[in-house]
Design a binder for this molecule. Structure first.
Ligand code: SAM
Length: 281
């Protein structure tokens, strides 16, 4: 079927690779797509649209593709952050991976404020807009998990509060879906707020922590199920899948990240084989 995709990170655009996955075949999708206007991962990648609503449209085309391939008892976790209109960002890192470069800022200046939705300082509510669009596509929203970060990225605004959380939306396709309540209770993972530090993996500055992803996998999939991350980055979802005895598929457009993630995966498998890392359940 799609065995050539299994248990590795495939380098390419998820929009194109998803077409090769059959309907209703994936048990679990966990991903964090590029946020609007935050980082430069390459030319013409998601998140570089000039207008925020163009980003929402592209995301909704992506979520429709996921709905097609998601198993009827499956779950789709979408981790996504928000952004302010016209915010001049800052460069924490040099080069291609810098956050909110001047180049990026220039791209966004193409869209002028309209005095309504598009006003400077406006928090754009992009996660909520995407989530509402997904409900209109027929998805059922089960939880709006708050990922609270005790070590958030610096924020320099003198006239608003410091953002310290992001959403992880838990969507399903049908009312009868797989959820292991016993494991959720056993893991102390039955509440909708997770307080977990940000951890970046090597030069990938936007990775999420393995400890955030493992309980999602354990509660909403079974051993040997397939977990897909269409925006794999450094391969965190794949690592969490190995540690929980699941199969995985990863897509990633940036060649350097693909290499980094595949190396990280091989090292994880070796550590598990040598019992240096535990794999659970
Ligand atoms: C927020 S990061 C994901 C980080 C990941 N969760 C981790 O823990 O490392 C988003 C990733 O999506 C990739 N990307 C952007 N557009 C893409 C596309 N069209 N297809 C596949 N990957 C894409 C970027 O290169 C980036 O690595």
């Amino acid at each position: 079927m799609f065995s050539e995709f299994l248990n590795k990170i495939i380098c390419g655009k998820s929009e194109e690779l998803l077409k090769k996955i059959p309907n209703n075949s994936i048990h679990l999708v966990i991903t964090s797509p590029p946020y609007f206007g935050c980082r430069i991962y390459g030319n013409e990648t998601l998140g570089r649209e000039s207008h925020p609503l163009e980003y929402v449209q592209k995301m909704l085309s992506f979520t429709l593709d996921i709905k097609r391939i998601l198993h009827s008892e499956g779950s789709f976790y979408l981790n996504i952050g928000d952004v302010y209109f016209g915010t001049k960002g800052f460069s924490r890192n040099k080069g291609n991976y810098s956050r909110k470069t001047d180049q990026h800022y220039q791209e966004h200046l193409i869209v002028k404020p309209d005095g309504k939705y598009l006003q400077y300082k406006q928090l754009l509510m992009l996660p909520e807009r995407i989530a509402i669009g997904m409900q209109e596509q027929g998805y059922i929203l089960r939880n709006k998990i708050i990922w609270e970060k005790p070590n958030p990225l610096p924020s320099h605004s003198p006239d608003r509060r410091y953002p310290v959380y992001e959403y992880i939306f838990h969507f399903v396709k049908s009312q009868k879906y797989f959820f292991d309540l016993e494991i959720a209770k056993k893991l102390n993972n039955h509440r909708d707020i997770y307080k977990i530090n940000i951890e970046s993996f090597k030069e990938h500055q936007a990775s999420y922590p393995v400890s955030l992803i493992k309980p999602l996998i354990l509660t909403t999939s079974k051993k040997n199920d397939i977990v897909l991350d269409p925006f794999s980055g450094s391969g965190t979802t794949a690592v969490a899948s190995i540690l929980t005895n699941r199969n995985f598929i990863g897509f990633e457009v940036n060649e350097n990240y693909c290499k980094m993630a595949n190396k990280r995966i091989s090292e994880t498998i070796l550590s598990v084989q040598n019992q240096l890392l535990p794999n659970e359940f």
